[in-house]
Design a protein around this ligand. Structure first.
Ligand SMILES: Nc1nc2c(ncn2[C@@H]2O[C@H](COP(=O)(O)OP(=O)(O)OP(=O)(O)O)[C@@H](O)[C@H]2O)c(=O)[nH]1
Ligand SMILES: [Zn+2]
Length: 317
């Protein structure tokens, strides 16, 4: 057995960088794996520490064991809505790239992303790219959002991949850390990564193939080492994020700023902060101690998760 780190996954094959030799081996996995009792489309994630048994040819191998994960980021599979998809594991931080223009910032996207990274309290940096295109109004929107997110402990950064603004600061945030980097399509992720590490070829892509059942997208993630230390785990552009695997209470527990108020809710840890009498979270929103934008997005996500749970329970009845 040899130990290694998964640096790329393509669905059926995994590239494992071997700890001792430093070489990369193509590996397969046998058997079915589950995550917290739910099916996963990819049982092994980029970032996983694994034990590999080399095949007779010594060129390929079989993953026999996944070492315990320090953390992981999971989303609902874009292909099979009842399955989960592991984006990455054992990461130090997540970087979500957004832009206010070209394309317009999708309302609620940042909070959806944070709901994905919050279960393991993964530090998340929100990078606003294309600063060179922002007029005074756009800058105002950035300042407003930065105020909201930095007050609850997330870093917000203004950068321009093409103009250079903020790139050095982002570079120093990435140094020495394993960062998951993600964003909606077209926000400039490839351009930005190239500005950070010229020559780093992002080959991550969303491949579409056509089968009789319709259009399928396959997701690939890949870990790239950084010259200054650390690594980037690149993920394909995210179209949408939903949360079939969460319960309503999980949504409440992963809006981190609610915590210091929720202990004063009449129903304490069981409060969903909606119409419950004596809800301290709702009061804090009304008195503007908490952001009403975040609260509004919270209610949307809560309702979405409740609807899903409803249909799950009534399926086949
Ligand atoms: N003005 C301006 N344009 C940018 C900036 N960063 C990226 N772009 C442009 O935005 C477009 C999309 O950039 P990409 O780097 O391909 O975006 P991406 O996020 O990797 O997109 P996908 O490959 O679809 O995931 C390109 O035309 C870039 O030249 C920026 O900071 N300022
Ligand atoms: Zn409450």
């Amino acid at each position: 057995m040899e130990k290694g780190t998964v640096i790329k996954s393509t669905g059926s094959w995994y590239q494992v960088q071997l700890q001792d030799k430093g070489t990369v081996m193509d590996c397969r996995i046998v058997g079915k794996f589950r995550l917290e009792g739910q099916k996963v489309t990819n049982p092994v994630a980029v970032g996983d520490e694994v034990e590999v048994e080399p095949n007779e040819n010594e060129e390929t191998g079989t993953i026999r064991n996944i070492l315990p994960r320090r953390n992981y980021v999971v989303r609902q599979s874009p292909r099979r809505k009842h399955d989960l998809h592991l984006l990455a594991s054992n990461i130090d931080q997540a970087v979500v790239i957004v832009t206010i223009v070209q394309p317009d910032l999708k309302q609620g996207f940042i909070d959806r992303f944070l709901l994905m990274t919050e279960p393991y309290s993964i530090p998340t940096v929100i990078v606003f790219n294309k600063a060179d295109l922002y007029d005074a109004g756009h800058r105002g929107v950035f300042e407003y959002l930065r105020g909201i997110y930095e007050s609850i402990g997330y870093r917000a950064l203004l950068v321009s991949a093409t103009g250079g603004e903020g790139v050095e600061e982002l570079k120093s945030l990435l140094r020495g850390k394993v960062s998951l980097i993600s964003g909606q399509s077209g926000v400039g992720k490839s351009t930005l990564v190239n500005a950070i590490e010229p020559g780093l070829e992002l080959r991550t892509q969303e491949l579409s193939d056509y089968s009789g059942k319709g259009q399928h997208t396959t997701t690939f993630a890949e870990m790239h080492p950084l010259a200054d230390g650390g690594a980037l785990i690149d993920t394909p552009g995210i179209k949408s994020l939903s949360f079939i695997h969460l319960e309503p209470m999980d949504v409440a527990h992963n809006f981190r700023e609610f915590f210091e108020y929720s202990e004063n809710c009449k129903f304490g840890g069981n409060c969903l902060h909606r119409n419950e009498p004596g809800c301290a979270v709702k009061e804090a929103v009304e008195s503007e101690a908490l952001s009403d934008l975040r609260y509004m997005n919270y209610l949307t996500l809560l309702e979405e998760v409740e609807d899903q749970n409803y249909w799950e329970r009534h399926k086949g009845v």
